[in-house]
Design a protein around this ligand. Structure first.
Ligand code: ATP
Ligand code: MG
Length: 438
């Protein structure tokens, strides 16, 4: 019998990782909101032309990575491989251009048929922002800074590197392309197979070839810098100044081109070299013509997307702030009281964030309930001192103890295992007790 498995490149996600992903997505959501972005959700599939027409027919995505299908009504759809085109579609469908500048945050699954490897999946999750309606160096700088700030929040100890480039207008790129192709054609035989193909289909992508020998050849190639029109050049230098003002360290990489056709002028990536080949975690840029080309009004825009799986590899979740609490029922008698104690423990934190403690008394002997933030150990067998020893062995910083006396008074004893101190507390006052354990 063949193994039962999820589709290739579409891993199942386990609780610890789910928590980390929530932390990443929620941090991004809250941070983006603080810059004025509003969250939208769009369907995970769109009419195929939303992507096929707008990302560029020679891009990797459109030429080989899309999950496209015809539905029972005979219509052609595609699982979204990225969300910028979806957001542009949303913007036009709902005439949001009446409200420009319009700032969108999104998160959700994307689908690309590529070769799965570390940091590269077929179903993956992106978070992203789109700043729609303005062409202004302040927008470029501020939106890049948002990406950098998010990474610093997720892990300030990692070395994040912001790389930026200016790829000018379509015309600038066309003139550069001619000169680049001429240069590379003369050395075509030395290029990698992939780059030889790209020479015919998408020559600018050769600039980001992963092949060492291609890169050596490119060292002598003409640079896009010399083909940029004066307006774009001026704006690019303003953007660099503003990034300095915002304290975002960056590097200009004149070979950074990005894989999609809709970009112009500023493009950027934030990379982390510890990821190996899949090193870009945030990527984006300016797209001033996409919305117009899709049938909307003139609407210069800027956005980026980040891969949650890659971020997850580089994120450390915050420290746990709750102690481990043991519960000792001296008489093992009163299930009703146990439920009340459990309820009171749950009332200790009613913020219901993803960091709220978990209280879970699984009704088995020697139930040890482990979770992200708090651990409750409850022992229902053995005499009092045996139960206390178990709590100690499980590293409980506090033990909540009750017997008939306490039950009668609707109280519990709280023992601090570190100091040996013990106090009585009414159950309804349990949340006034400070469970400080260090
Ligand atoms: P790469 O060069 O790594 O293929 P890309 O240029 O295709 O990236 P974008 O389309 O700009 O990437 O997507 C933005 C971000 O989404 C990437 O920087 C990455 O973090 C993430 N991402 C893209 N493709 C995948 C994938 N197949 N699996 C996981 N994450 C991905
Ligand atoms: Mg890709």
């Amino acid at each position: 019998m063949s193994k039962i498995q999820s589709p290739r490149g579409c891993p199942d996600i386990f609780p610890e990782d789910v928590m980390k992903r929530h932390f990443i997505i929620n941090s991004a959501r809250v941070l983006a909101r603080s810059y004025g972005f509003k969250e939208h959700e769009t369907p995970i599939f769109e009419h195929s032309e939303v992507f096929a027409k707008n990302l560029g027919e020679n891009t990797d995505i459109v030429s080989k990575e899309m999950y496209s299908f015809t539905d029972k009504g005979g219509e052609g759809f595609t699982l979204r491989p990225e969300a910028t085109a979806s957001m542009a579609r949303l913007f036009i469908s709902h005439k949001l251009f009446r409200e420009i500048p319009y700032k969108v945050f999104y998160q959700g699954p994307m689908f690309r048929h590529e070769r799965p490897q570390m940091g590269r999946q077929r179903q993956f999750t992106q978070i992203g922002v789109e700043n729609l309606g303005l062409r202004d160096p302040k927008i470029d700088a501020e939106t890049i800074e948002l990406g950098y700030r998010l990474l610093m929040h997720l892990n300030p100890d990692q070395k994040w590197q912001v790389q930026i480039n200016c790829i000018g207008t379509n015309e600038d790129r066309e003139s550069y392309k001619k000169v680049l192709v001429e240069f590379l054609q003369a050395r075509a035989a030395e290029l990698s197979e992939e780059s030889q193909k790209r020479l015919l289909t998408n020559p600018l992508r050769i600039l980001d070839s992963k092949s060492e020998s291609d890169q050596q050849i490119l060292n002598q190639a003409p640079s896009i810098e010399d083909f940029i029109n004066p307006t774009s050049q001026k704006e690019f230098s303003e953007i660099k100044t503003l990034l300095e003002v915002l304290n975002v360290p960056f590097k200009v990489n004149t070979r950074l081109v990005r894989g999609l056709d809709y970009y112009n002028d500023t493009v950027f990536e934030i990379i982390n070299t510890s990821l190996g080949a899949q090193n870009a975690v945030v990527a984006g840029g300016r797209y001033d013509t996409l919305i117009k080309n899709m049938g909307g009004p003139d609407c210069p825009s800027f956005g980026w997307a980040a891969g949650v799986e890659r971020l997850s590899l580089l994120t450390t979740t915050p420290e746990q702030h709750y102690p481990k609490i043991g519960v000792v029922d001296m008489d093992h008698s009163d299930d009703k009281y146990l439920m009340q104690v459990t309820k009171a423990l749950r009332d200790l934190d009613s913020s219901f964030t993803s960091h709220s403690p978990t209280t879970d008394l699984s009704l088995k002997d020697e139930a040890l309930v482990q979770n992200e933030t708090i651990e409750i150990f409850w022992s229902s067998t053995g005499n009092f001192s045996k139960q206390m020893k178990k709590c100690e062995a499980h590293g409980c910083q506090f033990v909540i103890i009750y017997g008939p006396n306490e039950i009668q008074k609707n109280a519990v004893q709280i023992k601090n295992m570190g100091t040996g101190e013990q106090v009585e507390s009414n159950l309804s006052k349990l949340n006034k007790f400070s469970f400080k354990w260090v």
